[in-house]
Design a protein around this ligand. Structure first.
Ligand code: NAD
Length: 289
């Protein structure tokens, strides 16, 4: 079997088109504030790409560049100002936060109606009731891609690799909801004894571990649907020169021979995740209107 690609591009474009129409209907550009308190080049790059994505649909983006030495109290005070500012629709706390600061403590200070990343306990808690209106962006992207590809989940053996708070756990909770047709969900993680035992029976396999090559072709069940969330930078040699390449957690070529559908990396979940941020910003604007 050669797998059909579930590409992120067209799904992301459809979400963005809707966001653009929603912004027009609001009659006022929503404003997203990114809070940066580090010199991390990755975080700065991420902020730039958020700004670009926002511009595409008419959302204003503002970066608040705070001292990398900020304390949790400093960050919470800044968030309190944003919460009170009616001109701000939503906010994102960019990772990493300064050393010694617990990101959870700071994220809890965000007004849940301005929580575009869906990381506040109030929004995460709503996932238990099947309310995905402000769901965390990557898990939201995973379920949207399954739905868009028309994957029937009812009764399916569905395996999620990874149990992080930002990707794995919310994905599990979302999949368990009846709106997702309640597949049988298994969670694998670093302490799982025999990963291949689980992946080998997965009709739907979602991989979010951050380990290049974790899932090899022989670990994949014939006909499986694979959503590869992983983003890994690996060094490869091209014509004698060392280059950096972005790959997922799944050995793409080998897995494609057995799977029925697979997401590419790059060009898969990442694009839809960014689009979900815009969708969530529109939802925050609606809540505040
Ligand atoms: P994390 O490091 O917080 O969690 C990794 C998870 O994988 C943990 O639950 C861990 O137990 C599990 N794991 C690690 N090694 C394993 C192994 N050998 N076997 C089984 N399980 C193992 O990472 P995260 O924030 O959840 O991100 C996971 C990956 O997804 C990363 O590559 C990250 O870059 C990527 N990511 C992509 C997007 C996107 O938009 N596509 C968004 C967020 C994260």
């Amino acid at each position: 079997m050669t797998a059909k690609l579930i590409e992120g591009g067209p799904i992301a474009e459809a979400i963005k088109d809707q966001a653009r129409r929603d912004v027009e209907a609001l009659g006022r550009a929503p404003k997203l504030v990114g809070i940066l308190a580090s010199d991390n080049p990755g975080a700065k790059y991420y902020a730039k790409s958020q700004e670009k994505a926002c511009a595409e649909v008419g959302i204003e983006y503002e970066l608040h560049d705070l001292d990398p030495g900020s304390s949790a109290a400093d960050l919470k005070a800044h968030i309190a100002e944003i919460n009170a500012d009616d001109s701000v629709t939503g906010t994102i706390l960019l990772m990493p936060v300064p050393e010694g600061v617990d990101p959870r403590e700071v994220q809890q200070a965000i007004n849940p109606d301005k929580d575009v990343e869906g990381v506040h306990p109030a929004n995460i808690g709503k996932l238990f009731y099947g309310d995905f209106s402000l769901a965390p962006c990557t898990p939201y992207a995973v379920v949207a891609m399954l739905q868009d590809a028309g994957v029937e989940l009812k009764g399916k053996e569905t395996v999620v690799i990874g149990h992080s708070e930002i990707v794995g756990k919310p994905t599990l909770v979302m999949l368990l909801q009846s709106v997702m047709e309640s597949p049988t969900v298994t969670c694998c993680h670093i302490a799982t004894r025999d990963l291949a035992l689980h992946t080998g029976r997965a009709e739907v396999l979602i991989v979010a571990a951050g380990k290049a090559g974790l899932v090899s072709g022989d670990m994949v069940r014939e006909g499986a649907v694979i959503i590869d969330v992983g983003i890994n930078r690996v060094k490869v040699e091209v014509e004698g020169k060392k280059k950096t390449k972005i790959v997922g957690d799944v050995e793409f070529e080998a897995a494609s021979e057995k799977a029925s559908m697979i997401t590419p990396v790059p060009g898969g979940v990442g694009l839809v995740t960014t689009a979900m941020l815009l969708k969530n910003t529109v939802e925050c604007a609606r809540r505040q209107a």
